[in-house]
Design a protein around this ligand. Structure first.
Ligand SMILES: NC(=O)c1ccc[n+]([C@@H]2O[C@H](COP(=O)([O-])OP(=O)(O)OC[C@H]3O[C@@H](n4cnc5c(N)ncnc54)[C@H](OP(=O)(O)O)[C@@H]3O)[C@@H](O)[C@H]2O)c1
Length: 299
């Protein structure tokens, strides 16, 4: 069986590389961030010819698709471009999967499908996105369900972990506090953050169990941004007195944000999948920094 991770130079995709790089039936793509390592190839999923060439060669049975333009504010200000860079590239890959005999697509969706009035949400809760990012993700989910392919839609939120591009929330906390800078954060935005290593491991377990459908995959802790930043500061011995909280409405927000969001994980828990508490994840991150926070350089 052949696996293709499209967007393996990003936060989520790279974790599949960390965990599967030694297995020869696994293949990985980058687009603009070149990864010079065995198993990596270039793919711009806007380019149908390039997709066709790669799919004829690899013939993936399973396409794991973390590729996206996930910037929530950019989605709000440039919704047409954002739809092209999220839904457009997904549709190209769905077409190629059908054309080249692919079986299953794995897609990463979000708790921003919900309005944040009464989270955390289960898989069957009614959706009501407040922003363009959420609306586009919903269209992506619909396109997958209509594709006729088998699918895993993994809904997740607040992913943190070692990352080459240093763009997840953890880095904002570490970078500000280590430079002695004050950090003001919303204290009314709740979610269920997840460690990237655990997110990929749970996804792989769902694949191994040959599951289909929508699955929430996130951590068991339900907390707000200030509480999360405090856990990060504690773990890395940083000055948490620099962190303060205020209401989301007091920030200048480009995109509306759901407040009580996050996802329930009863469905994966019933399958025996256990997700780490944040404190456990941070212990793991510190222990494995040297091994995990290392990346193939552009050649
Ligand atoms: N991060 C979160 O907290 C979070 C929460 C909920 C859901 N999600 C979802 O999880 C998924 C992964 O997020 P992430 O944080 O890992 O994103 P990311 O770090 O921004 O990575 C995105 C990946 O997509 C690739 N990509 C973008 N446009 C492409 C194109 N046209 N063709 C081929 N590859 C392309 C990028 O390649 P290059 O960098 O090489 O150009 C990169 O490898 C996304 O669907 C996101 O919406 C994320």
């Amino acid at each position: 069986m052949s696996f293709l991770v499209i967007g393996a130079s990003g936060l989520v995709g790279y974790e599949f590389y960390r965990q599967k790089k030694k297995e020869k039936e696994w293949h990985f793509t980058y687009n603009t961030n070149k990864m010079d390592a065995n198993g990596f190839v270039h793919l711009d999923a806007e380019n149908q010819t390039e997709i066709d060439t790669l799919f004829s060669k690899i013939k993936p049975d399973v396409a794991i698709f973390p590729a996206a333009m996930p910037n929530v504010n950019k989605c709000e200000t440039e919704p047409e471009e954002a739809e092209k860079l999220n839904l457009g590239i997904l549709k190209n890959v769905l077409e190629a999967m059908k054309k080249h005999g692919g079986r299953k697509i794995v897609f990463f969706s979000t708790d921003y499908l919900f309005d944040g009035k009464d989270g955390p949400y289960s898989e069957d809760a009614p959706v009501k996105p407040l922003n363009e990012y959420g609306r586009i993700k919903l269209k992506c989910e619909e396109a997958i369900k209509q594709s006729g392919l088998e699918y895993l839609i993994i809904r997740t939120t607040g992913i943190f972990g070692w990352e080459k591009n240093r763009k997840n929330f953890l880095y904002r906390v570490l970078d500000n506090l280590s430079q002695g800078k004050k950090l003001e954060l919303p204290d009314d935005q709740y979610a269920t953050p997840v460690y990237v290593k655990d997110l990929a491991a749970a996804t792989l377990k769902l694949l191994e169990l040959d599951k289909n459908g929508v699955y929430n995959v996130c951590g068991p802790d339900f907390l707000n941004r200030v509480e999360l930043a405090n856990l990060f500061a504690d773990a890395f011995d940083l000055d948490k007195t620099l962190i303060s909280g205020k209401k989301t409405s007091e920030f200048q927000n480009v995109a509306p944000r759901p407040l009580r969001c996050g996802l329930k994980i009863d469905k994966i828990t019933a399958l025996g999948i256990r997700m780490m508490r944040i404190k456990e994840a941070l212990v793991d991150m510190k222990k494995n920094k040297e091994k995990d926070d290392a990346y193939p350089e552009p050649g």
